[in-house]
Design a protein around this ligand. Structure first.
Ligand SMILES: [Zn+2]
Length: 305
């Protein structure tokens, strides 16, 4: 079990208040409509190039919204996207957004051996940094698949140059989640080799007995705007996780999904683009790097693995 040392201020994120305006951390996982996880109907990576490509159009629509609102975001991209659409990634970076890694081929961490994880992530980090000409220092696991069984991944990420991670889902998640293992707000993580990472967990809202995400993916599309707005007011610097496909009503529908998966993948697509526009207008947004620079990390909890 990891051991946590909490400063006297407790676990609450230590963002300064006062003159600085607090706003949600806008992150976008850069992948296409067919990058759903654990779905037998989707062919393997060798066939992705034969599927309809919607990532450029969808990403450009998100970029336009961000530009309209003057917001810098952080894009976690697949290494596959960097290798397949290098000009798209260059466009995102040229507009001032930060670029992190979201694995190479969207493989769940807990389905990999450490060596396979290292190889896939190294190739992705190299492809991304080669494309944008900058080091890659931020990471998010596909499907928040960092679990209590795969904590070894932190050390390997650190060895690959990752200094900030956004893979912790401090509750239950269909593809991962860390339950109550870690603090719910930003914290420092010390690996067994002494290396430290900065962790930004996904922000969750308490609904009855459930901890649920509300600022990303299907949750953002499904919940009424008023509820999301209320949760954001209670968590002004909440972590978000959008995908370009979340705003693409015309995307092909994958056949054979369970009713629940279908709902999660496609509920609320109509109007989601306008919903994001309204969200960004009302709450603004900041990139991961901007948020990190505002945190007093010395006062943040330290978790030792
Ligand atoms: Zn993903």
């Amino acid at each position: 079990m990891p051991e946590t040392q909490s400063p006297s201020s407790g676990f609450s994120p230590t963002l300064p208040t006062g003159a600085l305006v607090r706003s949600p951390i806008i992150t976008i996982d850069l992948e296409d409509w067919f990058h759903l996880l654990e779905c037998d109907a989707i062919p393997g990576p060798e066939a992705w190039g034969t599927l309809e490509s919607r990532i450029e159009r969808n990403t450009n629509r998100v970029l336009a919204l961000l530009a309209n609102h003057g917001i810098r975001a952080t894009f976690f991209t697949l290494g596959w996207v960097a290798e397949t659409y290098p000009s798209l990634l260059k466009t995102v970076a040229s507009q001032g957004h930060e670029i992190g890694c979201h694995s190479g081929l969207h493989t769940l961490i807990h389905q990999q051996t450490p060596e396979a994880f290292r190889m896939e992530t190294r190739r992705a980090v190299d492809a991304i940094s080669g494309c944008i000409g900058l080091p890659v220092t931020a990471y998010r696991a596909p499907g928040f698949s960092l679990t209590s069984q795969s904590l070894w991944a932190f050390e390997l990420l650190g060895e690959l140059g990752i200094t900030t991670d956004c893979s912790v889902f401090p509750g239950r998640h269909a593809h991962g989640g860390t339950g109550g293992l870690f603090p719910p707000g930003p914290f420092k993580l010390e690996c067994r080799n002494g290396m430290q990472l900065r962790e930004f967990p996904m922000t969750l809202a308490q609904v009855g007995p459930l901890d649920i995400a509300f600022a990303g993916g299907g949750y953002f599309r499904f919940f009424p705007y008023a509820m999301i707005a209320r949760w954001i007011r209670a968590n002004p610097d909440a972590m978000t996780y959008f995908h370009p496909r979340d705003f693409d009503e015309g995307q092909p529908r994958i056949q054979g999904l369970s009713a629940l998966r279908k709902f999660k993948a496609y509920a609320g697509l109509k109007g989601a683009h306008q919903k994001l526009d309204r969200f960004l207008h009302e709450f603004g947004g900041q990139s991961l790097g901007e948020a990190s620079a505002r945190i007093d990390w010395d006062q943040s909890p330290l978790v030792r693995l």
